[in-house]
Design a protein around this ligand. Structure first.
Ligand SMILES: C[S@@+](CC[C@H](N)C(=O)[O-])C[C@H]1O[C@@H](n2cnc3c(N)ncnc32)[C@H](O)[C@@H]1O
Length: 231
């Protein structure tokens, strides 16, 4: 495993930076490897899909209202209501073994280990033999700093039990900025798992050449990790 630090270091807004880093990496893959087909998992409103140029780029999201919202703007009908942990859908079966790149921005912290295992297995099968899987997650190692307000990512977290780095599948609420100086619960539940859990689940799903880039916005505390893995 290769750890590359200070990837695309910049002072820009963190969410922008993460999106840019993931999509910059994909744009490089498109240039280097002649990518023709891409699936974005948890694509939300699908806004990034049009950024990849002239390739077959489709998105899936499990949230119905998100997909309906995406359809308001998505002229190409490229966003599908799909759960990536389910391998029985027509979408999944029709794409199996054919995809060059699967990507996901801030999706897998919403998954328990069991869901991660299913999702990673399904993504592995979606990819063709030279396919790549790239995704960002909040850096699990800085959760304590978010909790203690040492790092501000625009939200606060509320664990259901005492927080510990080493805990696995630790459930917590993500409370968003309410614009009035407080935070509101909009029903987002995330799970904390140490970084090594993501690595071992990827390996269990047979992924190889795991590279992790730390996104640090020029500070000592990388707030996010960008994974690039192959088959
Ligand atoms: C934090 S949002 C990130 C959205 C978008 N990628 C972005 O960067 O703005 C996570 C997204 O993952 C989606 N998601 C969660 N579980 C999923 C699953 N099992 N299959 C597909 N999408 C899922 C959620 O509905 C949500 O839209």
């Amino acid at each position: 495993m290769e750890i590359a630090t200070k990837f695309y270091e910049t002072k820009e807004d963190l969410r922008e930076l993460d999106n840019k880093s993931l999509h910059q990496l994909i744009k490089e893959l498109i240039k280097k490897q002649g990518v023709n087909s891409l699936v974005e998992v948890g694509c939300g409103n699908g806004v990034m899909l049009s950024q990849y140029g002239n390739i077959d780029a489709v998105g899936v999201d499990v949230n119905k209202s998100m997909v309906e919202f995406a359809h308001l703007y998505d002229k190409n009908n490229s966003v599908y209501l799909e759960d990536i942990t389910n391998s029985t859908s027509f979408f999944y079966q029709s794409k199996k073994g054919s995809v060059d790149v699967v990507c996901a921005n801030y999706v897998f912290t919403e998954f328990t280990q069991k869901q991660l295992k299913k999702g990673f297995d399904n993504i592995y099968s979606l990819l063709n033999d030279t396919g790549k899987f790239c995704f960002t997650i909040t850096n699990p190692e800085i959760r304590k700093d978010i909790l203690n307000n040492k790092v501000s990512l625009g939200y606060v977290i509320e664990p259901v039990e005492e927080f510990d780095y080493k805990k696995e599948d630790l459930e917590f609420k993500v409370l968003l900025d309410d614009g009035l100086g407080g935070h509101k619960d909009v029903g987002i539940i995330d799970y904390h798992n140490p970084t090594k859990v993501y690595i071992s689940l990827l390996e269990e799903s047979k992924f190889k050449n795991i590279k992790i880039y730390e996104l640090n916005n020029g500070t000592d505390l990388p707030h996010a990790l960008l994974f690039e893995v192959g088959k």
